[in-house]
Every structure is written in structure tokens, then in C-alpha cells.
Design a protein around this ligand. Structure first.
Ligand SMILES: [Zn+2]
Length: 147
């Protein structure tokens, strides 16, 4: 016997948030990336997330990726995909109803979603980092070339 679409939806709505145990939640994953010149660091946080904990996680990881995600050759190409992944999955949590205590109990206060992504200084500086790096690279090549 398989669950109907409605039963599946109800089950999803009763799955508690991994951080605060409120409902409803969305099952998704947010990613972070850090380039460290010669090394790279990948992070991810799995749901299910309630709306507020999901937005908090999205903003934290995406903002950090924007400021820390660029500093190795591979990272320069990976960081945009990480940010895009997060932006696509943001909608799954942003569209949820406000967090409410689960009927099974155990709920705590949801996370504070904090300031929107582009209202964070790290994000604003972060979006300019790739351009600064490209200009710096071109300058170095121009200054060191023999021609
Ligand atoms: Zn939560």
C-alpha cells in the first residue's frame, strides 16, 4: 500500500525541524564553500528545516560562501554553483507557513533568521571579491609580462 499524495504531504508537515522541532518543515540541504588557496572546504547542513531555521541556515552559509568561497583556483568556479544551489533551495523553506509547535511536542524557539542575505556586509563585500581578484590578477600579469 503506497501513501497518497495528501498523506505524504501531511507526513512532511509533521516532520519536526532538525533544530527546533517546530512544523511544518521542508526537506532540503544548504551548502557552504571555503577556498583556502591550496585547499578547499565543503560544508552542508541537511534539513528538515522549519521556515525560520531554514532561512537562518541559508543566510549564514550563503553569506559565508560569498566572502570565503573564492580563494583557490577551483573555488572560483565552485562558489557560484554553491550560491546558486542555495538560492534555488531557499524557496522550499521561504514558502513554508510560520513555525508552530509540533503536535508531538518537544518544540523550542526557532532560530532568528537574522538580516536578509544582501543586507549583510559579508555578502555585499563578497559579491565584489571575484571582480577584485580578476582585476588584481590582470594587473599582476600586466606588470610581470615581458612584452
Ligand atoms: Zn526550526
Amino acid at each position: 500500500m503506497s501513501m497518497s499524495a495528501q498523506q505524504q504531504q501531511q507526513a512532511a508537515q509533521l516532520t519536526p525541524c532538525r533544530f527546533c522541532s517546530n512544523v511544518p518543515t521542508a526537506k532540503t540541504k544548504f551548502r557552504g564553500h571555503r577556498g583556502l588557496i591550496i585547499a578547499m572546504q565543503f560544508r552542508h547542513v541537511d534539513g528538515p528545516f522549519c521556515r525560520d531555521c531554514g532561512l537562518a541556515t541559508f543566510r549564514e552559509l550563503t553569506s559565508k560562501t560569498l566572502i570565503q568561497g573564492w580563494y583557490s583556483y577551483g573555488s572560483f568556479f565552485i562558489a557560484p554553483f554553491i550560491v546558486l544551489w542555495n538560492l534555488i533551495n531557499r524557496g522550499k523553506v521561504a514558502s513554508l507557513a510560520p513555525p508552530q509547535p509540533s503536535p508531538y511536542g518537544g518544540a523550542q524557539r526557532p532560530m532568528d533568521p537574522g538580516r536578509p542575505l544582501m543586507a549583510r556586509p559579508a555578502s555585499i563585500i563578497g559579491v565584489f571579491v571575484p571582480f577584485i581578484l580578476i582585476v588584481a590578477l590582470i594587473t599582476v600579469i600586466a606588470l610581470t609580462s615581458d612584452s
